[in-house]
Design a protein around this ligand. Structure first.
Ligand code: AMP
Length: 459
C-alpha cells in the first residue's frame, strides 16, 4: 500500500517522498483516513511505530484546507507532550511534513528563555506544540490565546499521567473551546484505567485504533537477558560493545547518578559516552543527543524519563544496564530500537536483585525473554539478592545502604570468583524490598521537574 491511497494532498505526499518513506506504517494506514474525516481518535501506539506522522500529516492537511487569517493569529491546533524532547521532535516533524504548506508552527517548553517563544506566538502560529507547564506559564501571562483550538492532540498521554500532569492537563482543557467543537486525538502506549477516564472525558465517540497488541513489544525487536553479577555489568557492557563492534548503543540506568557514573566508567574503558538526564541543562542534553546522532558519541546513557521523546532513527541496540522498576518502562525503553520496521536488539543485564523485576516484565509481555549466561560472566551463586536502590530524594543513587552497593555495582573486584567483600554480599539485617509500586512512585520526582520545564507539580 502506498501513501497515495490515504487521501493526502500533493504537498504532503511531496514532503513524505522527500523523507524517502515509501509506504505508511500500520498506525499511519489506520489513523490518517480517520483523522482526515474529522473524527476523534484514541490510538494505542508505541513510540517507533510512526505515530507522529500518523497524526501530523492529517492535521496539517485539515488545517491547510481552511486557511487562517493573515498575520497575527491564534493557534488552531495544540499538541501536548510530556517532555521537552518529545515536544521538539514533534515540532520538527511538523516542520518537515509541512514544508510545502503555508502553515506556521511553534514549540514551547521550559528550561529555555520564554521571550523568543512569546515573540513567535505574537507573530501568529497555526500549530502549537507544548509541554503543559510552560504552556500554562504562557496562558497565565496571556501570551497565548487557546480559544481558537480546533484540534487537540495528547501525545504519550500515559506518560503525561505518570508524570503527574493530570492537573495541568485539566487546566489547559479549561482554556480550550468545548470538547464538542474540537477534534481530539489521544495517543498512548498503554491504557490504564486513568487513561480511559481521561479519554471518556475528552473524546467524542472516538475511533479506537490499535496497531500492536497492548503492552506488547514491537515485533522486530530481538530481546535477550544476560544474567550477570551487579559488580560486573559495566565490564560485560564494555566487552559486548567492543566485541560486537556496536557503533551506537542506548543504555538505560535507573538513576541519574548511575547514568553519570556509567558514562564516566565507559569513557575510562575507551568508549565515547555521554549521560542524558534531568539534572543536565537543556543545552547539555541537546549536545549529547546531537553527538550520539552524528556518531561522535558511541554510547548514550539515559534514565527513563530523559529518554522519552528521543527520536533516533534505526537505533540498533538498546541495553538495560538496570531493569526499570515499572514494567511498562521496559516496553518504552526497547521501543527505541527496531523503529519503523528496522530490526533491533534489546539486551538486559540482569543481576540477582532484579529477578522480581524481570518476572514482572515477563508477566506484562506474557512471554519469557530468552536468557543466556555468557562464558566468563557466570553469576556468583554465593551472592544474595539485595533491595534495589533508587536514588530518591535527589541523592543520586545513594541511600543509607553501604556506598559500594549503590545502584550500578560495587567497586570491589569482579565477583565472579566470590572476591566481593562478604559484608557487601550479605543482605542488611531486616532489609526487605519494598513493593515495586511503592518504590517506583517514590523515585523520579525531581528529575521529572527538571525535565518538564517547570510544569511538574508532583503526584
Ligand atoms: P515515531 O513513532 O513517530 O516516533 O516515528 C519513528 C520513526 O519512524 C521516525 O524517525 C520517523 O521519521 C520514521 N517514520 C515515520 N513514518 C515512516 C514511514 N512511513 N516509513 C519509514 N519511516 C517512517
Amino acid at each position: 500500500m502506498s501513501f497515495d491511497s490515504l487521501g493526502l494532498s500533493a504537498e504532503l505526499l511531496r514532503a513524505i517522498s522527500d523523507q524517502g518513506y515509501t509506504e505508511p506504517t500500520p498506525i499511519q494506514r489506520k489513523a490518517i483516513p480517520v483523522i482526515l474525516e474529522g473524527k476523534d481518535v484514541m490510538a494505542g501506539a508505541q513510540t517507533g511505530t510512526g505515530k507522529t506522522a500518523g497524526f501530523t500529516l492529517p492535521l496539517l492537511q485539515r488545517l491547510s484546507e481552511r486557511p487562517a487569517a493573515k498575520g497575527r493569529r491564534a493557534p488552531r491546533t495544540l499538541v501536548l507532550t510530556p517532555t521537552r524532547e518529545l515536544a521538539a521532535q514533534v515540532a520538527e516533524s511538523i516542520e518537515t511534513y509541512g514544508r510545502h504548506l503555508p502553515l506556521r508552527s511553534a514549540v514551547v517548553f521550559g528550561g529555555v528563555k520564554i521571550n523568543p517563544q512569546i515573540d513567535k506566538l505574537r507573530r501568529g502560529v497555526d500549530i502549537l506544540v507544548a509541554t503543559p507547564g510552560r504552556l500554562l506559564d504562557h496562558a497565565n501571562q496571556k501570551t497565548v490565546d487557546l480559544s481558537q483550538i480546533e484540534i487537540l492532540v495528547l501525545d504519550e498521554a500515559d506518560r503525561m499521567l505518570d508524570m503527574g500532569f493530570i492537573h495541568d492537563i485539566r487546566k489547559v482543557l479549561a482554556l480550550l473551546p468545548s470538547n464538542a467543537s474540537r477534534q481530539n486525538l489521544l495517543f498512548s502506549a498503554t491504557f490504564s484505567s486513568d487513561i480511559k477516564q481521561l479519554a471518556n472525558r475528552l473524546l467524542n465517540n472516538p475511533e479506537l485504533i490499535e496497531v500492536a497488541q497492548r503492552n506488547t513489544t514491537a515485533e522486530r525487536i530481538e530481546q535477550i537477558v544476560y544474567p550477570v553479577d551487579k559488580g560486573r555489568k559495566r565490564e560485560l557492557l564494555s566487552h559486548l560493545i567492543g566485541e560486537q563492534n556496536w557503533r551506537q548503543v542506548l543504555v538505560f540506568t535507573r538513576t541519574k547518578h548511575g547514568a553519570n557514573r556509567l558514562a564516566q566508567q565507559l569513557e575510562k574503558d575507551g568508549l565515547t559516552a555521554a549521560a542524558i538526564h534531568g539534572n543536565k541543562s537543556q543545552g547539555a542534553r541537546t549536545r549529547a543527543l546531537a553527538g550520539f546522532k552524528n556518531g561522535d558519541v558511541r554510547v548514550l546513557v539515559a534514565t527513563d524519563i530523559a529518554a522519552r521523546g528521543l527520536d533516533i532513527d534505526q537505533l540498533p541496540h538498546v541495553v538495560n544496564f538496570e531493569l526499570p522498576n515499572v514494567p511498562e518502562d521496559y516496553v518504552h525503553r526497547i521501543g527505541r530500537t527496531g523503529r519503523a520496521g528496522n530490526e533491533g536488539e534489546a539486551i538486559s543485564l540482569v543481576c540477582i536483585d532484579e529477578h522480581k523485576l524481570l518476572r514482572d516484565i515477563e508477566r506484562l509481555l506474557k512471554r519469557k525473554i530468552p536468557s543466556t549466561v555468557l562464558d566468563g560472566y557466570e553469576p556468583d551463586p554465593n551472592i544474595k539478592a539485595e533491595p534495589i536502590q533508587n536514588g530518591r530524594n535527589g541523592k543520586g543513587g545513594r541511600s543509607s545502604q553501604p556506598r559500594k552497593r549503590a545502584a550500578g555495582g560495587h567497586r570491589g573486584k569482579p565477583s565472579g570468583n566470590s572476591n566481593a567483600p562478604k559484608a557487601a554480599r550479605r543482605k542488611p539485617a531486616g532489609a526487605r524490598a519494598k513493593p515495586q509500586s511503592q518504590r517506583s512512585r517514590a523515585s523520579g520526582g525531581q528529575e521529572k521537574a527538571a525535565l518538564l520545564g517547570g510544569g511538574y507539580r508532583g503526584k
